[in-house]
Design a protein around this ligand. Structure first.
Ligand SMILES: *[C@@H]1O[C@H](CO)[C@@H](O)[C@H](O)[C@H]1NC(C)=O
Ligand SMILES: [Ca+2]
Ligand SMILES: [Ca+2]
Length: 324
């Protein structure tokens, strides 16, 4: 049930690793699993022993030089539940999950409950890349600090409106002008296509795509040999989209499916969109405006139809079955 999203941030020169847990959002009620989830390869963000991630792109084994891989799990910004581990055996908190911003405590009757985390108990982080910017345009030391703060505001209007906006300290983001906005989907579509092609190329040992998905991507992969991945002029991208429109239909659907997880309902909430938006905003200043206008009916959710349309996919080509 764990779905990993591998994003290749080919759009910009900076990469950022944000490994986390991908788990269903569960509000308060305890989930007792048969065994505590222990991540071996990807440490949980809030853990003490979090490895220091450098600002340079992480070069994975088998990754071509120049590629800019960023691994993001759907859980990073979705306020998903966390595994709280405790050294004390028999501690009911051992198997009790709390969502981000909360920690487990036992009450008088030794029952576990989730309470807001005191931000001062978050691991101190001085590194800039660990800072996050909230939609209140305030810089938080880390996502832990952010979610702890958000938790304290739970139930208030302010808390409801507060989201993690992007990774890194708040900064001035130049307004996105109309012609830049129209260029954004060109690059984004190309990027999505490249992400899939790269997944396909690496899939032998990873099993990241299902057989059905592989078949679809195989076509794109073969086509892609003609248009080499990398920097393309916007004219070329626009031309390619016209000429090879069919190659873009699946990547756009695929990305939607990767994000639509909590819950899987054909709509993307702000929270579900965050794993894609948050690393992108500091590098692509049209990100916010792009996704805002994607929500054509302004209901705060991006439906599959809205998503497809803002990537230029025609209405008749929107196919729920392509979203797996
Ligand atoms: C957000 O904060 C940054 C840095 O403090 C500032 O430069 C920027 O203008 C602010 N943005 C808005 C929209 O207020
Ligand atoms: Ca959803
Ligand atoms: Ca909408």
């Amino acid at each position: 049930m764990r779905v990993w999203i591998i994003f290749l941030l080919c759009l910009a020169g900076k990469a950022l690793a944000a490994p986390t847990e991908d788990q269903p959002i569960v509000e308060e009620e305890p989930i007792v699993e048969e065994e505590p989830i222990v991540e071996e390869e990807q440490p949980i963000v809030e853990e003490e022993e979090e490895p220091i991630v450098e600002e340079e792109p992480i070069v994975e084994e088998g990754m071509e030089v120049g590629a800019n891989p960023v691994q993001i799990e759907t859980g990073e910004f979705d306020e998903a539940i966390e595994v709280i581990e405790d050294v004390v055996a028999e501690n009911p908190c051992l198997t009790h999950h709390c969502k981000k911003g909360k920690v487990c405590e036992v009450d008088d009757s030794n029952s576990p409950m989730c309470v807001c985390q005191d931000p001062s108990t978050c691991p101190t982080s001085t590194a800039e890349f660990e800072h996050v910017c909230g939609t209140d345009n305030k810089t938080y030391d880390s996502s832990c600090h952010f979610f702890a703060t958000k938790c304290a505001l739970e139930g208030t209007k302010k808390g409801h409106k507060l989201h993690l906006d992007y990774i890194g300290p708040c900064k001035f983001i130049a307004p996105c002008v109309d012609n830049e906005l129209s260029e954004f989907p060109l690059r984004m579509r190309d990027w999505l296509k490249n992400v899939l092609v790269t997944l396909y190329e690496r899939d032998e040992d990873h099993n990241l795509l299902s057989e059905k998905q592989k078949l679809r991507v195989k076509k794109i992969f073969e086509n892609e040999k003609r248009l080499q991945a990398g920097e393309h002029s916007l004219d070329l991208l626009a031309h390619d989209f016209e000429k090879n429109y069919n190659m873009y239909i699946f990547p756009v659907h695929w990305q939607f499916g990767q994000l639509d997880q909590h819950p899987i309902d054909g709509f993307l909430s702000h929270t579900e969109l965050a794993p894609l938006r948050a690393p992108l905003i500091p590098m692509e200043h049209c990100t916010t405006r792009f996704f805002d206008q994607c929500d054509a009916d302004n209901d705060k959710y991006i439906a599959l139809e809205e998503w497809a349309s803002c990537f230029g996919i025609k209405e008749q080509d929107v196919d729920k079955d392509l979203v797996i």
